[in-house]
Design a protein around this ligand. Structure first.
Ligand code: PLI
Length: 457
């Protein structure tokens, strides 16, 4: 008999009870939440796939590290442990600790962007683009076209389109840096190839443009390079990660993802002068330069998590393997999802699922609510609501991707949970014609997806 089964490289030491609700309870909860899964109480959620951000289960080593946190205001030992971990694992010398990823994005945008600048990137991310615009810049999308096509099976849909980038460089606008996201979230958790990273860095370097990674999910990107790119089959995840970072001048990281902690983040840089500018803002917006936005114990658990995420390749193989397990089950039922299956979640193509709904009736928002109503599984809209309005003319941006994201926390759920999720998606798919569109009853001005409220049309 062929033996192909694999299992998670850990066993469970502590459990947290979750509650199965009734359909009537869920009807009431989603109505009260204005059909926005962000506004549900977690107690009303059975399996929570809202996000992989800050939802990981920490290891026994990390819980132990919490006890070792040095809470000194200045010069905390835990800060130096974090500096060492970032230098060893990512290869950056200068560390600016922040409370989470958007704190790092804020500082980076403020020190590099001048009003009128253009910041190219391989697809937008909500908070990243917000901070670029807040600093007076304009985001320009330079991702390859395949990234916008859910059914395209291009192995590296996160790649930068070098021709699009060259056209921007030849244009009239100043470009301070390229914002290069690893395992692109809004594209469905899709990786950038090493070759593309190398070529993009070369092109930018010849034009004096910095390359700043969003290395939030760089470990998952490293895994796909190992699986898909010729020459990396036997290279370790740790080595691939170091090489990814070598093609950059710095990085912002939300430590709530790859780094296996519940809060934290950092900006990492190579240039000491740039780091000095960043620290000047850090002390105003986050905290002293040796803790930024974190407590000593946060930094200690984070330093441990950074080393743990690359200590063996088994960790990321099991993590992405679980996403692929869920994705393949959903695919088998004929439900359209973003392909290839991504690194951190399964992204259902809501436009293709709810073909009776115009994009202005928010199909992904409606589909996420329908899945919750069916089973108590909570996903997230990633479509027109997340894209927001164009600051120039106030119209809705209409992204090509209208998706529901089912995002997997790391080391939290079992294969049995994934079976429940897949069955629920299947049930909603069978009954898809009954899902109604939505309209706003409250629309926030900024990052509207977090707090918007809707009613059924
Ligand atoms: O949530 P923060 O502030 O720690 O990080 C912001 C952030 C930056 N970059 C990327 C690629 C992200 O995915 C990201 C946060 N993502 C969230 C919250 C998510 O649910 O995907």
């Amino acid at each position: 008999m062929e033996r192909r089964s694999w299992a998670e490289p850990y066993k469970i030491k502590m459990v947290e009870p979750i509650r199965i609700t009734t359909r009537a309870e869920r009807e009431a909860a989603i109505t009260e939440a204005g059909f926005n899964t962000f506004l549900l109480k977690s107690e009303d959620v059975y399996i929570d796939l809202l996000t992989d951000s800050g939802t990981s289960a920490m290891s026994d080593a990390q819980w132990g590290a919490l006890m070792m946190g040095d809470e000194s205001y200045a010069g905390s030992r835990s800060f130096y442990h974090l500096v060492d971990a970032v230098r060893d694992v990512y290869g950056y010398e200068e560390l600016i600790p922040t409370h989470q990823g958007r704190g790092a994005e804020h500082i980076l945008s403020q020190i590099l962007i001048k009003p009128g600048d253009v910041i190219p990137g391989n697809m937008y991310f909500t908070t990243t683009r917000f901070h670029q615009e807040y600093a007076g810049g304009t985001f320009a999308d330079v991702i390859i076209e395949e990234a916008h096509l859910p059914a395209s099976t291009h192995p590296f849909k996160g790649n930068v389109d070098l021709e699009k980038l060259r056209a921007l460089i030849d244009g009239p606008d100043r470009i301070p840096y390229l914002s290069l996201e690893t395992n692109v979230n809004m594209a469905g958790g899709q990786p950038v190839s090493m070759q593309n990273l190398r070529e993009t860095y070369e092109l930018c370097r010849t034009h004096g443009i910095l390359v700043m990674l969003d290395a939030t999910r760089a470990v998952e990107n490293a895994y796909f390079i190992q699986q898909r790119e010729a020459g990396y089959e036997t290279t370790s995840i740790a080595e691939i990660l170091r090489e990814i970072c070598s093609y950059s001048d710095g990085a912002t990281v939300s430590s709530k993802k790859d780094n296996l902690v519940n809060i934290g983040g950092f900006l990492a840089l190579r240039d000491p002068d740039l780091a000095r500018k960043a620290r000047a803002l850090l002390v105003a917006f986050e905290g002293l330069h040796t803790y930024g936005g974190m407590s000593g114990r946060d930094m200690e658990a984070l330093a441990t998590g950074i080393r743990e995420m690359v200590a063996t390749d088994d960790h990321v193989r099991a993590r992405v393997g679980q996403v692929e397990y869920l994705g393949n089950r959903i695919l088998k039922m004929g439900v359209p999802i973003v392909q290839p299956i991504g690194g951190h979640g399964v992204f259902i193509d809501a436009a293709m699922t709810l073909m009776h709904l115009d994009q202005e009736l928010f199909p992904a928002q409606a589909l996420a609510a329908a899945i919750y109503r069916d089973s108590g599984v909570r996903g997230m809209e990633r479509g027109i609501v997340s894209a927001g309005r164009d600051p120039a003319d106030g119209s809705n941006r209409r992204p090509q991707l209208e998706l529901v994201r089912l995002t997997l926390p790391r080391r939290v759920y079992t294969q049995a949970h994934m079976d429940v999720v897949a069955e629920s998606v299947g049930a909603v798919w069978e009954d898809r014609d009954s899902v109604r569109g939505l309209r706003f009853t409250y629309e926030p001005d900024e990052l509207r997806f977090f707090q918007a409220r809707f009613e059924e049309v």
